[in-house]
Design a protein around this ligand. Structure first.
Ligand code: MN
Length: 294
């Protein structure tokens, strides 16, 4: 698939400000089951061309905040360490220019690099993870930089985090968290505790980094991922979380990871593109837009 240099089928070139940079990081070094995440960024960008430029909830043309798509990072043949360094540097560059970085995976490991870049700029960074999995393993498949270890690596960096949509974990991960797990919102807990969105927001004090592993969604909504776990989050659940989060907290960076396009499920890549557009809409909800059209 050729790489679209646009997100949403509108040309940002003439806009006075470019506030968002989309960085494709098609890393796929530690796939556990079904592969294809290296095709995720190109598929999401291609699908975005079919997403309506007028956001149907916000009634705003969010693309006018200025969303630029970068050339995909060249990660082929690199070790995970070297790939993460490249991603981290790319995110740093955008932050230096005051841009909001969006990283498209690729496997979830890319988050380690993006968060490290954001954490060096924003003190007290909290990470909000939407995911079916805790990703708290010390190592997995012989690698400490496996997608299954992402949140453990962020813990090693001393960052606080909250995990939403969880429904798959190992005994060792539970042991690591201990008996009380206030920061883990399983889908079962979300059903029981109706104020879960409020609870998630109340855990966060400072700036937030948002990492969306698409397998947090229910597989009916999002089949295009390596390990589709049943009983996942719905579109309204995810949007209500992101809406509240953006209204109450400063989101300083985000990623969409683990998208693995599969034949016959083009609704899934469309959904991934649309949730990114909607989330940017929430984040830049109060930014004045330069163009008014009837
Ligand atoms: Mn996951």
């Amino acid at each position: 698939m050729s790489h679209s240099m646009r997100f949403i089928d509108e040309d940002p070139a003439g806009l006075p400000e470019k506030r968002v940079a989309i960085i494709s990081a098609p890393l796929a070094n530690t796939v556990s089951w079904v592969g294809g995440t290296e095709q995720g960024p190109a598929a999401l960008l291609a699908a975005s061309l079919a997403v309506e430029a007028l956001d149907d909830e916000l009634l705003r043309e969010t693309w006018q905040v200025g969303i630029e798509v970068r050339e995909p990072l060249e990660l082929d043949g690199l070790s995970s360490d070297a790939a993460l360094q490249r991603i981290c540097e790319a995110v740093r560059q955008e932050l230096r220019q005051g841009r909001f970085p969006v990283v498209l995976g690729g496997e979830h490991t890319v988050t380690v690099a993006a968060v490290a870049a954001c954490a060096s700029q924003f003190a007290g960074l909290h990470v909000l993870q939407v995911d079916a999995h805790l990703d708290l393993r010390e190592s997995y498949g012989g690698s400490s930089l496996s997608h299954a270890c992402v949140m453990r690596r962020l813990h090693d960096l001393g960052l606080s985090f909250t995990q939403v949509g969880i429904r798959s974990f190992s005994p060792g991960e539970l042991e690591f968290l201990g008996p009380d797990r206030p920061g883990v919102f399983t889908t079962e807990r979300i059903r029981r505790e109706l104020d879960w969105v409020e609870q998630v927001c109340a855990r966060i004090a400072g700036p937030v980094y948002l990492t969306l592993d698409v397998d947090g969604f229910d597989p009916a909504v999002m089949p295009a991922t390596g390990t589709p776990e049943p009983d996942g989050l719905s579109w309204p659940q995810v949007t209500s979380l992101f809406r509240a989060l953006a209204a109450r907290h400063r989101i300083v960076g985000m990623d969409v990871v683990e998208l693995a396009p599969c034949p016959g499920a083009h609704h899934a890549v469309f959904t991934a593109a649309k949730i990114l557009y909607r989330t940017l809409g929430y984040i830049f909800k109060d930014t004045p837009l330069p163009i008014h059209r009837g």
